[in-house]
Structures are given as structure tokens and as C-alpha cells.
Design a protein around this ligand. Structure first.
Ligand SMILES: Cc1cc2nc3c(=O)[nH]c(=O)nc-3n(C[C@H](O)[C@H](O)[C@H](O)COP(=O)(O)O)c2cc1C
Length: 187
């Protein structure tokens, strides 16, 4: 798929087939994250890859998923937790860039996955405190996001349908609401 098609068709997936991700594809996804740009090229991102239904289910029960709404991650064959080592942070204008850097890197992985027919869903509704203690993360690491990675299940379960209509949407603001041109008439 070309980049335009990839960006336009990507959507959050909340129901997965159990089929594992081939190693070569998983490596390509991680490589896409590795190649991302970052402030002063500090590359603060650190990734934890969790493979296998049993491990993911155990993690799902131990990461303080808010209202269990993200418990759907247990259906995926792979979960990637995007962390950042804050010792690699660049702070400019009171802005901490480790979050931006890691988000850019993770989104490159999300799009690469989609290019291989793999669905993802960014997750923020979990307890960072519980997850970091479960994973025994180094003190300087933050958890920026996590996402299941897997082949989308063709028919959504009722639970996944309800979640998608609650959390997911294809609606986007029109350009005129989000873009301001300086020195140029609005088009
Ligand atoms: C930073 C971030 C956090 C999100 N957290 C959650 C979440 O905790 N649970 C969930 O089901 N979806 C979550 N989403 C997915 C959004 O709901 C979804 O991207 C948005 O509604 C647009 O839908 P789409 O991804 O299908 O285009 C999150 C997305 C982002 C970017």
C-alpha cells in the first residue's frame, strides 16, 4: 500500500486472531521504530515485547486496565510496551521531548504493522504504577504507551464493537479547523 492509503485506512483494532506474527515482520516493525527521528538524536525509546497469549493475559490482569475496558489486549498474540529512558530526555522551552520522540517512533511501528495487515490500538488507560512494578522497570524509565499487535479478527465480538463505538471513530476535524496559514489566504 502507498503511504497515503496506509494513513487513510489505518484504524484501531480491538479484536485479534491468535496467529503469531512472523519474526521477520516483527523485526521490521521494531526496526521502523528504531529509525525514527528524535530530539538531538537521543533515541529515548525502549521497547518491551510480550509474546504469547498466556503472558499477555497475565500482564492484562496486572496493569490496572481502567474499568477493564482495555482487557481486549488478551486476544492479541503480541503486545509492545513503548517506554522511554528519561535520562535521554531533551528539555527545550519547558517541554520534555522524550514523549514526543517515543510517540513518533511508536507510530512508525504502528504504520509498518498496518502495511503488513497487522492491527494495533494505542492504549493509555492503564496504571503506569502497576505496570512498571509488574515489569520491574528501571527507575529512569516511563511507560509512554502500549499496543497489541496482531491480525484483525474478521468479525468483531460484541464487546469489541461496543468498545470501538465508545473509543474509536473515523471522524476527523476538517483542515479548516486545525490549520492556520500565516501570510496566506485560507483555502
Ligand atoms: C495516546 C492514545 C491513547 C489511546 N488510548 C486508548 C485506550 O486506552 N483504549 C482504547 O480502546 N483506545 C485508545 N486509543 C485509540 C483511540 O480511541 C483511537 O485512536 C481514536 O478514537 C481514533 O480511532 P482510530 O484509531 O480507529 O482512527 C488511544 C489512542 C491514542 C493516540
Amino acid at each position: 500500500m502507498d503511504l497515503k492509503g496506509l494513513i487513510a485506512s489505518r484504524h484501531s483494532v480491538r479484536n485479534f486472531l491468535p496467529d503469531p506474527i512472523p519474526d521477520a515482520i516483527l523485526n521490521e516493525i521494531l526496526e521502523a521504530g528504531r529509525l525514527a527521528p528524535s530530539a538531538q538524536n537521543k533515541q529515548p525509546w525502549r521497547y518491551i515485547v510480550v509474546l504469547g497469549a498466556d503472558r499477555i493475559k497475565k500482564l492484562a490482569l496486572n496493569c490496572g486496565l481502567i474499568g477493564l475496558s482495555n482487557y481486549f489486549i488478551r486476544s492479541a498474540p503480541c503486545l509492545i510496551i513503548a517506554c522511554a529512558d528519561t535520562r535521554k530526555n531533551v528539555r527545550i522551552n519547558k517541554q520534555d521531548y522524550y514523549l514526543v520522540d517515543t510517540a513518533i517512533s511508536f507510530q512508525q511501528m504502528v504504520l509498518t504493522a498496518w502495511n503488513h495487515g497487522l492491527g494495533t490500538c494505542w492504549l493509555a488507560a492503564f496504571s503506569e504504577k502497576k505496570l512498571r512494578s509488574y515489569l520491574k522497570l528501571p527507575a529512569s524509565w516511563r511507560i509512554v504507551a502500549m499496543s497489541p499487535f496482531g491480525y484483525p479478527a474478521e468479525s468483531k465480538s460484541l464487546y469489541a464493537k461496543a468498545l470501538s463505538s465508545f473509543a474509536g471513530s473515523a471522524d476527523r476535524l476538517p483542515l479548516r479547523e486545525i490549520v492556520t496559514y500565516l501570510n496566506k489566504e485560507k483555502s
